[in-house]
Design a protein around this ligand. Sequence first.
Ligand code: GTP
Ligand code: MG
Length: 430
Amino acid sequence: MSSSDVARQGQDKNARPLSLSGHVGFDSLPDQLVNKSTNQGFCFNILCIGETGIGKSTLMDTLFNTNFENFESSHFEPKVKLRAQTYDLQESNVRLKLTIVNTVGFGDQMNKQESYQHVVDYIDTQFESYLQEELKIKRSLHNYHDSRIHACLYFIAPSGHSLKSLDLVTMKKLDSKVNIIPVIAKADTISKSELHKFKIKIMSELVSNGVQIYQFPVDDETVSKINTAMNGHLPFAVVGSTEEVKIGNKMVKARQYPWGVVQVENENHCDFVKLREMLICVNMEDLREQTHTRHYELYRRCKLEEMGFKDTNPESKPVSLQETYEAKRQEFLGELQRREEEMRQMFVQRVKEKEMELKEAERDLQGKFEQLKRLHQDEKSKLDDKRRTLEDEINTFNKKKAAAELLQGQSFNTNTNAKKDKDRKNSGFM
Ligand code: GTP
Ligand code: MG
């Protein structure tokens, strides 16, 4: 029994049934709801996960009977990217804002962990944007472009063997965040008996690895029969094609081969019609609702708990938003004070360290200065000694010079007198 049923029963107990004596008009409420929703329009977001060239774009074109913009991806993307494109579609008077998100380069990298991480991040980012809008004081959710992923088509390669580990890991990482609908792509390339075994293998692998894929709801009796039957056909084996071929006197979507024609909308050839029926005609609203009430709710709860919000305190008493805010504020202020004190202590410690360093450097400098001073003194006294020696030498030299000059003067005089005597003798004066 769902929680809304329980709530309804609880209300029923206290309510007193009364019959009306005439028409009042609230029986038009469902019509009012329909009109309002129709005027507002709907939005639906599909995420296609699958390796490059597995047939994602072709299937989308086939599903919505149109040609969306398609970019062929290379197998050499350095990392997985998610490319979202939004289209405004209209069928009768119902407007649908459809966003198709494609994984580009999924599984092409050596490091496979990167592949799913980008997808997980993308889904979380969309939840976060919605949460931010919800938490705004002035919010406008009625005209907010909701980009949360409502359905994730996971394209499995038609290998006939088993799921790849990347498929299992990715689906496991995503199953609590999005409604996963696994599909076997290019199912025309696998034989009927192999396909049967492959489907069983895939489902058993999903179960044994605890991967929760989206189950078509069976609690609403108007659709429970068809949904129960369809749950037994999962994963759908699909074929996509936008090519039209004449079969009898009708043009049908098909893929032509030298040996025959695969008709996309022929239930004996593939499960395309089952997928379209389940995804678009029967369960689109449930997918939107599950996204909001299950996946988004889980994200929101975890996020708010992470931020410190709680509904009850340890004694299981309700805690108001105001109390949580006050507790958080006190916690924050305490933390701030602790940090401030820590920083102050650190600052004092650093100053002390710096002071010690400076003192050490000063001591070093003083030592060096003393040493230089001593050296200088030594040099000076050596120079003084040398100067004195030089002065002595100069004095001695000068003395010697004066004596030499004296001697030289005396010998000159002697010579001059001797010459005079000789001249006198020669002239007969003697
Ligand atoms: P990227 O966006 O480049 O990653 O490729 P994609 O996954 O969008 O694949 P796309 O739809 O471009 O198809 C790639 C090729 O596969 C095209 O040649 C399609 O004609 C072919 N193809 C698409 N669907 C099917 C299918 O159901 N069966 C077969 N046999 N071929 C298909
Ligand atoms: Mg494509």
